[in-house]
Design a protein around this ligand. Structure first.
Ligand code: P6P
Length: 340
């Protein structure tokens, strides 16, 4: 009988519990796992029921909200609030911090999530994902929640991860003790350990970027792409270009096979002066995962996890993946900043 380890069992048996935790983390994670199963059911039927299409609403990002986006957001908010261990939540779909209703028990954890990233791919059956980032509040539990409790830098995360709704549903997360992947077995409704201790190859062979925006890139990004396409790079041949346009799918592929994902600054669009991706609900959790797997994540000059967030929906340029590849990008940007 193959050893079948469930995600809850894994957290209890193999992850050091967060210092001072009283099983609260496990309760939060169990609600996240239940949410993943509920969203999987909806995503797998999206083509069959009238859940596709637009709600007609527009989210804080100015993007049309698809029904599945909205559904996933509502499921996560409802379930996570009932974990009884949160003092606050934040969602990519909501402009402001989401308070936990006074009628529900609260705790010391904070979770920030993108409920269904890559949602523009829903209608064409391309993999999409939920991304999450978990902190513990810093302010006194009896006192008021401070914005600094939510706007913590990524290095303060106690856990982070993603759920990938693809050919199978995978939960990939880290609580600071390496990265572990669990695959949902729909026949028993459990996430089973399928990818223990994931390590990203130190040297990649793939770059992921939307080259349609090349004319709007800064010099550093253009020089980086010249490097990856040049036979004079570390591989002595051009890297392959792979871009799905769904962050969770692109990062997951590079995590397992190696490579670098880039969403650079966009010098054209006043809404995206620092690129499109959000620091708190996309870049921080992905950077935490990739660093825990032995990779690296930078905005070109600074480690992503060291950036102090200014506001909840702050965007940053994002270069993330295999250590050797991200180091090349950082060296290019640092040389640019020295005016070389
Ligand atoms: P573009 C999806 O909308 C998303 O936020 C990420 O999942 C993805 O990496 C990126 O945007 C794709 O953006 O501008 O290349 O279509």
């Amino acid at each position: 009988m193959p050893q079948q380890v469930t995600v809850t069992e894994h957290i209890l048996l193999h992850q050091k519990l967060i210092p001072g935790a009283t099983g609260q983390f496990t309760r939060l994670f169990n609600e996240l796992v239940l949410s993943a199963k509920i969203i999987t059911r909806a995503v797998s039927k999206a083509g069959l029921v009238d859940i596709l299409g637009f709600t007609g609403d527009v989210n804080v990002q100015g993007e049309e909200v698809k029904k599945l986006d909205d559904y996933a957001n509502r499921i996560l908010i409802h379930r996570l609030a009932r974990s009884g261990v949160l003092c606050a939540m934040a969602s990519e779909e909501n402009a402001d911090i989401i308070e936990v209703p006074d009628s529900l028990p609260r705790g010391e954890y904070i979770i920030i999530f993108d409920p269904l990233d890559g949602s523009s791919n829903i209608d064409v059956n391309v993999s999409i994902g939920t991304i999450f980032s978990i902190f513990k509040r810093k302010s006194e539990p009896q006192g008021p929640l401070m914005s600094s409790d939510v706007l913590q830098k990524g290095s303060e995360q106690v856990a982070a991860g993603y759920i990938l709704y693809g050919s199978s549903t995978m939960l990939v997360f880290s609580s600071g003790e390496g990265v572990h992947g669990f695959t949902l077995d729909p026949s028993v409704g459990e996430f089973l350990l399928s990818h223990p201790n994931i390590r990203i190859p130190e040297q990649g062979k793939v770059y992921s970027v939307n080259e349609g925006y090349e004319r709007y890139w800064d010099r550093g990004t253009k020089k980086a792409l010249d490097y990856f396409k040049s036979p004079k790079n570390a591989l002595h041949k051009p890297y392959s270009g792979r871009y799905i346009g769904s962050l969770v799918a692109d990062i997951h592929r590079n995590l397992l096979y190696g490579g670098i994902f880039m969403y650079p600054a966009d010098l054209r669009d006043p809404k995206k002066p620092s690129g499109k991706l959000r620091l708190t609900c996309e870049c921080n959790p992905m950077a935490f995962i990739v660093e825990q797997a032995g990779g690296m994540a930078t905005d070109g000059l600074n480690r992503i996890l060291d950036i102090e967030p200014d506001h909840l929906h702050q965007r940053v340029p994002f270069f993330c993946g295999s250590l050797n590849d991200v180091k090349v990008v950082q060296d290019i940007f640092r040389a640019e900043s020295r005016g070389k």
